[in-house]
Design a protein around this ligand. Structure first.
Ligand SMILES: [Zn+2]
Length: 179
């Protein structure tokens, strides 16, 4: 399986079902820049009466491995692959992805007001909706309204302005390239 791709010019790390991280890729915590921008976003959201909380941030290769082991006791690998990212394939291992919940501690869903706010504001702080609706064939993931990826303000703005959050795979034409 292919290793992860890093675009040097943009410094954008790509992890998906084709491109994996090694078990030695271990930032140990959420990216510093992400946390600074998240803090700013959180404050702006509060001002707009929107409550946001991170329910899941950095997840290590080992953690994903542990989960896999636990699930293997009760389910088979083909089934598990449908709902769990295999070790090395989770974007959470990059330290650049967050899952968000609202005040009622529910994962952000399409009909939540928090989602509407995030959809139109998160790019201003460098975040993108990583798995938009109807892009499963491109990203490899079904729609996840709660999963946001930090890519920096410039790229986030560009992806947002391309309508419905252009995916990283589309922007970098990953599915067309032979690597
Ligand atoms: Zn997630």
């Amino acid at each position: 399986m292919k290793k992860y791709v890093k675009f040097n010019k943009e410094k954008i790390l790509i992890v998906n079902k084709k491109y994996k991280l090694s078990r030695f890729f271990n930032p140990k915590k959420l990216n510093k820049e992400l946390l600074i921008q998240y803090d700013k976003m959180w404050r702006q959201a509060q001002e707009d009466k929107i409550n946001l909380h991170i329910v899941s941030g950095y997840r290590s290769y080992k953690y994903q491995q542990k989960l896999l082991k636990e699930y293997l006791r009760v389910d088979n690998i083909e089934n598990i692959k449908k709902y769990l990212a295999m070790p090395g394939y989770s974007e959470h291992q990059t330290g650049l992805a967050i899952d968000l919940v609202n005040t009622e501690s529910k994962l952000i869903k399409k009909h939540h007001k928090e989602y509407k706010w995030l959809y139109h504001n998160s790019y201003k702080f460098g975040f993108i909706l990583r798995y938009p609706k109807g892009k499963k064939l491109i990203t490899g993931y079904k729609y996840e309204p709660w999963h946001f990826r930090y890519v920096g303000k410039n790229l986030a703005k560009e992806l947002y302005n391309n309508g419905d959050y252009l995916t990283l795979e589309e922007y970098f034409q990953l599915n067309n390239k032979k690597r």
